[in-house]
Design a protein around this ligand. Structure first.
Ligand SMILES: [Zn+2]
Ligand SMILES: [Zn+2]
Ligand SMILES: [Zn+2]
Length: 462
């Protein structure tokens, strides 16, 4: 059982608003680290200092996942790495820590996350509404960094932007607020670019503005000096006399002369010169990148819950659970076979446990898992060794039944009613089970593959 009160350390001066006997005070980070790890840390420090302390604490195992609050003002580092402002009293800290502790115990029981990916997902999963925040930092060539990813990377080389987009593609993370749009050198990826005007003819840098005239009769534009002949204005191109500004000629706003090739032009070209690698690019060749905040997606939350609970993995493991891509591939292959040979028939069952996610949250991690286990047990009685299952999110469950025609499917559906019985208990009565099914080949649509089929069925369950 967890201890009911967390051990709380406070770093800095003692916060007068927090009156709690279980606080232990530390004047500097070295003495805090010398003591056995605390459950909760309060930073009573100015933002700049608190940010540096957070960077340090998040990069070492004892405080990597802990709740750390900032008692004073916060800067971007504090927001990206901390747990927000300090709660007003210690009972609130106790409640927040209780929630955190329940989840922490789950993954601490299993294997501690070894891979970078799991570390980040776990960090987010441990706290409600956590984000991976982008922070503007002139010291990095891309202008933005993700302090959380940097801190959890240990010594691994991680390209944050690439990694984040991969996580979004896999549905573990979802995009948050768009913070900025930056342009980067397509050669070295640096955002330190200098935009310069160059000669439109020879691309030389040495160009200057020059007073110029524009002849209305022939459209010629040239330096003013070329129009002056014996004290009168004469177009050097059509030789017409220019008398009245506005009707014979005018002065274009911007005109450049190249000191290198002597060309005369109205609009200069623009080049982006990379200050890091020295290469020049036309602006349209630069890499455009959106900078966003990110948070855990529904599928990512589900994965954490599944990964960290021994029993869940155990039970669902015996259900021959396949990952999304593997399941699609298997389904696509079965569909190809049945289209070609018209047999063997097979069926697909889609189950949706409506309100499951919400109910699990309400039950708390511990009871939620016990409940999931009993659902898995019942499902196991329904599913046969040769069936293959997959879960796309917490609520959706798919079963592929090979060699099963519509009659066989009916039998399986009847057995499913045993699963639905579980939802009659009052604390889980919000949950209901929706079922959809098809039998191949007759229910297949032309051109459909496994992924499209599941999407069609999922929309019927919505
Ligand atoms: Zn030139
Ligand atoms: Zn002219
Ligand atoms: Zn470059």
């Amino acid at each position: 059982m967890p201890t009911p009160t967390p051990r709380i350390a406070i770093l800095g001066i003692r916060a007068p608003s927090l009156n709690s006997p279980e606080l232990e005070h530390f004047a500097d980070i070295a003495s805090l680290l010398a003591a056995p790890a605390f459950d909760v840390v309060l930073l009573d420090l100015p933002a700049a200092y608190a940010g540096r302390v957070l960077r340090k604490l998040r990069s070492i195992p004892p405080y990597r996942y802990s709740l750390i609050y900032c008692c004073r003002d916060q800067n971007g580092w504090c927001e990206a790495l901390g747990d927000g402002a300090c709660p007003v009293d210690s009972s609130e800290i106790r409640t927040l820590w209780g929630v955190w502790q329940e989840r922490y115990r789950l993954f601490n029981q299993g294997s501690a996350p070894e891979r970078f990916e799991s570390r980040v997902l776990s960090w987010l999963w441990l706290r409600d509404n956590a984000h991976i925040y982008a922070l503007r930092d002139p010291e990095v060539p891309q202008h933005y960094r993700y302090p959380l990813l940097d801190a959890l990377a240990d010594n691994e080389q991680v390209n944050s932007f690439v990694w984040l987009s991969l996580m979004v593609q896999q549905d573990w993370l979802q995009e948050g607020v768009l913070v900025d749009r930056v342009r980067l050198c397509s050669e070295c990826g640096s955002g330190r670019l200098n935009y310069i005007d160059v000669c439109a003819e020879c691309q030389a840098l040495d160009i200057s503005r020059q007073p110029s005239l524009h002849c209305f009769t022939c459209g010629h534009v040239g330096p003013q000096e070329n129009f002056l002949k014996d004290g009168v204005l004469l177009c050097p191109n059509c030789l017409n006399r220019l008398r009245h500004i506005g009707s014979d000629y005018d002065r274009p706003m911007e005109n450049y002369r190249c000191r290198s090739c002597q060309a005369f032009f109205v609009d200069a070209d623009v080049q982006a010169r990379c200050l890091d690698c020295g290469l020049s690019h036309t602006p349209d060749k630069l890499r455009v990148r959106e900078v966003r905040d990110f948070r855990l997606a529904e599928a990512g939350r589900f994965r954490c819950r599944q990964e960290f609970s021994d029993q869940t993995v155990h039970h669902f493991g015996r259900l021959n659970l396949l990952g999304g891509k593997d399941f699609y591939d298997l389904l696509t292959w079965q569909m190809q076979v049945v289209r070609r040979y018209q047999s063997p028939a097979f069926s697909v069952l889609g189950l949706r446990f409506v309100n499951l996610a919400g109910t699990l949250t309400r039950l708390g991690e511990h009871h939620g898992h016990a409940f999931i286990d009993s659902v898995a047990d019942r499902l196991k009685e329904t599913v046969r060794d040769t069936d293959r299952c997959s879960r796309s999110t917490e609520e959706y469950f798919w079963i592929m039944l090979p060699h099963t025609d519509d009659k066989g499917l009916e039998t399986v559906k009847q057995r499913l009613s045993r699963v639905a019985e579980l939802f009659s208990a009052p604390e889980v009565s919000d949950i209901s089970l929706r079922v959809v099914s098809i039998t191949a080949p007759q229910d297949l649509l032309e051109q459909e593959d496994g992924e499209l089929l599941l999407a069609r069925l999922a929309s019927e369950l919505a």
